[in-house]
Design a protein around this ligand. Structure first.
Ligand SMILES: [Zn+2]
Ligand SMILES: [Zn+2]
Length: 549
């Protein structure tokens, strides 16, 4: 389009390709290339540089976004990308802008462009469904005459399909009601017999998920080979039907600062309802979330105002349908392994004692306790020697000496590690996880939680843990600034009467984690982990929702 060069735009694209770009020095080189060239253009948004390809959602001026496309096309293996560039009316609001990562640029190395989880290991998108251009997809739907059984599958998550999906007379649209993409295979497995020998038509936002999702369905055998995917996704389809959206009703949920996009000349029907009063509503601007699983919820302005500070819990339709209810949440944690990190001036043994009630209530969970590497002398321990710290020079220990245990000191000296900051404890944690892991999650208290934050901020993988539970924690001063959010699902437990760690510092720590997978349980007690039945059931419910993905 002419004359729109300075307008704000949004660019979406993906490409399944080898990302080890030789001329840039491999995958890490490609990541740096994105940071440098996109940074210089003032682009914002998120880029995933995965082993199997790239996925980008970028914002900036139309001119700069076009320039980026030209530059990328110069690399071998990055030809023929379908660049979806659109002018943007701007951010819906600041909360959406921050949550979608459109307040900055974040380029991350990841394993996969999109992940279907363990059930889909070995499924490759070269074996995916046949690509249909929007007009062909439309024609196939309009020609569905009931003689051949056709099903439409909306590959997206429940909060996306809720505000817009395909509806065509005589063709059933299946909405899997998944919370995350890696739940999709489990849904497919559960409806497998209904899909057998049918013509399967699949769609998602921009096409990237269908590539893998359709490959997963086709991997089930010849009875599932009549499978098609909408090329370029809903975005390209709506561009082809700007007046009425064709067979698509409602709005296209997007993961950038616009939040959702209607057909260009239509405005988009409102097909979803307020979770409380049932009136038509489809605006996610308020960022209301399910109190159990943290999925986005729709709440109309009137209900939101009424809810105010009242402590009413609100649940999404998936939770209300009860896939994991409160009653069996504790049961869902069976066999889980938790690595437990104590606080400053504590030890593995003393933390074990402090969490006895918690362990008793979570009796199917394995709790394993680790001693911090630094030992305090008797004076700093308040008379009792042998108390420990994860940091060599924590506040409150001025004038006392913290030593590494003998064997550890030798080990670190041999590795030539400097002892400053969190470095020794990060290394120690990594070694211990390698030696006795894998663990499903980490339960960390106070200074232990600060260590977890420091490790994650440095990009430590912590053995691929699935979640962290951070109690009375704080964000340490001596860690690198966190770009975007820490992505590990997190439960934060802290008290309003905590004298050691003020409430604001625990809140500050929680804010470092992504809101969509962050849960905060605030109590009115002090520097402890509440362990009454009500609290522990709440912890279990949140953790169970993390494990579901
Ligand atoms: Zn309402
Ligand atoms: Zn929910």
């Amino acid at each position: 389009m002419e004359g729109d060069e300075e307008d704000e735009g949004v660019l979406l694209y993906y490409k399944y390709t080898d990302t080890e770009v030789e001329s840039l020095g491999g995958r890490e080189g490609l990541r740096r290339w994105y940071e440098d060239t996109c940074g210089a253009k003032g682009l914002v948004g998120r880029v995933r540089v995965a082993r199997d390809g790239i996925n980008a959602t970028l914002g900036g001026t139309m001119a700069k976004l076009r320039l980026h496309c030209v530059e990328l096309a110069g690399f071998e293996g990055f030809e023929g990308i379908d660049y979806k560039l659109a002018r943007s009316p701007g951010s819906l609001n600041e909360a959406v802008e921050v949550e979608s990562g459109f307040d900055q640029l974040s380029v991350q190395l990841t394993e996969e462009v999109v992940s279907l989880g363990p059930r889909a290991v070995g499924v490759h998108c070269e074996k995916g469904g046949k690509h249909l251009k929007p007009l062909d997809f439309h024609r196939m739907l309009s020609e569905a005459d009931g003689e051949e059984e056709v099903v439409l599958i909306d590959v997206r998550n429940v909060y996306e399909s809720r505000i817009g999906n395909f509806q065509c007379d005589g063709v059933e649209t299946l909405l899997p009601a998944t919370r995350t993409f890696n739940q999709f295979p489990r849904w497919v497995d559960s409806v497998e017999n209904d899909l057998r020998d049918k013509k399967i038509m699949m769609y998602c936002t921009g096409g990237v998920r269908c590539e893998k999702a359709s490959a997963y369905i086709k991997s089930k055998g010849p009875a599932f080979s009549n499978c098609f995917q909408l090329s370029g996704g809903i975005q390209r389809y709506l561009e082809a039907f700007p007046d009425d959206g064709g067979y698509f009703r409602g709005k296209n949920f997007v993961f950038d600062s616009r939040s959702s996009v209607p057909p260009e000349r239509h405005g988009g029907a409102i097909i979803s309802k307020c979770a409380s009063c049932g009136r038509l509503h489809d605006d996610y601007g308020q960022r209301v979330r399910c109190d159990y699983c943290r999925l986005l919820l729709l709440l109309c302005p009137a209900c939101l105002e009424e809810a105010g500070d009242a402590n009413t819990k609100r649940y999404c339709e998936v939770c209300r349908a009860g896939s994991v209810g409160p009653a069996d949440a504790l049961g869902a944690l069976g066999g889980l392994r938790l690595l437990c990190l104590h606080g400053f001036r504590q030890t593995a043994k003393s933390f074990r004692g402090r969490t006895a009630a918690l362990r008793k209530r979570m009796k199917t969970v394995g709790f394993e306790y680790l001693d911090a590497p630094f030992t305090m002398d008797a004076a700093a321990s308040g008379g009792a020697g042998g108390r420990r710290s994860w940091h060599p020079a924590p506040k409150g220990s001025e004038g006392s000496e913290l030593r590494l245990d003998g064997a550890l000191a030798e080990g670190f000296a041999m590795m030539g590690e400097a002892g400053g900051g969190w470095q020794v404890s990060r290394r120690y944690l990594k070694d211990r996880i390698e030696a006795s892991g894998p663990f499903d999650g980490i339960l960390a208290f106070s200074q232990g939680a600060a260590l977890v934050c420091a490790a994650l901020a440095h990009g430590d993988r912590l053995g691929g843990i699935k979640f962290v539970v951070l109690c009375s924690g704080y964000r340490p001063d001596d860690t690198p600034p966190i770009r975007g959010y820490l992505e590990v699902p997190s439960l934060h437990i802290f008290g309003g009467s905590d004298k050691q760690v003020p409430l604001e510092r625990s809140e500050d720590l929680a804010e470092a984690f992504h809101p969509s997978t962050r849960s905060i349980l605030r109590h009115n007690m002090g520097h402890i982990i509440p362990s009454s039945k009500t609290y522990v059931t709440d912890y279990a419910r949140v953790i169970a929702s993390f494990l579901e993905g």
